[in-house]
Ligand binder design. Structure first.
Ligand code: LMR
Length: 328
């Protein structure tokens, strides 16, 4: 009888091991934007590739639209092991590495090709891997695009936004950028922006075309001014504990899948920006304002002193390297 009980217990424990081994590794990927954006599409592509290449071994669960976490909460959740992948805007990392603030400096990059060159340069790659001591592993940069200003009022020059409230991401550089033009910046989570605009609690916001379109900000703003004054790109991150705890073959396959998903997301970013701009114009709900070279220069003159304010934190060499990326 004792022998039978021991045998049954042994079989039960073997079954537990088998079912534990058979259970796929769950990978929660949390982000704050809609699925019809470069980041939303990249996340879906990553799920498709990872599950196709590791059938039964991994399950990728995507939580878009801040369903699970806001960006300020998600990095902590990563460190605590509550979520495995996130892709916050570069502007959200200042408390983990203040050098990443370089990406927020206004009018630093001429275009997305320059951004791409800088991200691929030795300096850019070093930044990607600069937060391992905080248990954050960079898996890659992902593009969205250059930001525009949307507002209830027509904006052409810096004086037009003096005294106006603008939502910004949690970035001190962005705060300084608005203070430089005497506007009132408010650090708010992305999930609150639509309601803040709709209720007129704020006057405007800054986003790339894809976010202004996908999150319907254009429906509650009368004007979008094409300033291209700054960048909104992402850092795809995972936690060191999760990443290095994976079996080598799984990690290699996930890494490759993520690289391909990022390439796919970047292709979408390159085309979607202009398509969403056109969709906003075609909606007739908001007017797109194109500024002249002289008006643009007024913005540059007013905002560029911000570079000097953050030079010590970011490093003059790093700012120089970013400037160099504008030159072919
Ligand atoms: C924002 O907060 O405006 C952005 O980070 C949203 C996003 O992820 O594109």
């Amino acid at each position: 009888m004792k022998g039978l009980t021991t045998l049954l217990m042994l079989m039960a424990s073997m079954l537990t091991v088998v079912s534990a081994e058979a259970r796929p590794i769950e990978i929660k990927f949390s982000h704050v934007v809609a699925e019809n954006t470069p980041k939303g599409q990249m996340a879906l592509k990553f799920k498709e590739l990872a599950e196709q290449r590791l059938p039964g071994k991994v399950e990728v669960k995507i939580y878009p639209n801040s369903q699970l976490y806001t960006d300020s909460a998600v990095l902590q959740a990563l460190q605590l092991g509550d979520v495995e992948i996130a892709a916050p805007a570069l502007s959200k990392f200042q408390k983990y590495n203040s050098q990443l603030q370089v990406f927020d400096l206004p009018f630093l990059f001429d275009d997305m090709a320059a951004v791409d060159r800088f991200q691929k340069s030795p300096e850019g790659q070093k930044l990607l891997n600069s937060m391992t001591s905080k248990m954050l592993v960079g898996l890659g940069y992902l593009h969205n695009g250059m930001k525009q200003l949307s507002s209830n009022d027509p904006i052409r020059v810096p004086a037009d936004i003096a005294g106006k409230k603008f939502r910004i991401m949690t970035s001190d550089v962005l705060q300084a950028q608005y203070e430089a033009v005497h506007a009132i910046p408010l650090k708010k989570p992305f999930s609150e922006v639509f309601t803040l605009l709709q209720t007129r609690a704020i006057d405007g916001q800054e986003s790339p075309w894809s976010n202004t379109y996908a999150s319907k900000f254009f429906e509650v703003q009368d004007y979008v001014t094409e300033t291209n004054h700054g960048l909104l790109d992402y850092l795809v991150v995972t936690s060191a504990e999760f990443w290095y705890g994976l079996p080598d073959d799984v990690r290699d396959t996930l890494k490759k899948s993520m690289e391909e998903a990022i390439t796919y997301g970047n292709q979408i970013a390159a085309t979607q920006s202009q398509e969403d701009r056109q969709r906003i114009i075609d909606s007739g709900k908001t007017k797109v304002i194109e500024i002249t070279a002289e008006e643009r220069q007024q913005w540059v003159n007013a905002m560029k002193p911000v570079w000097k304010m953050f030079e010590d934190e970011i490093g003059a060499d790093l700012i120089d390297a970013a400037i160099q990326s504008n030159e072919l």
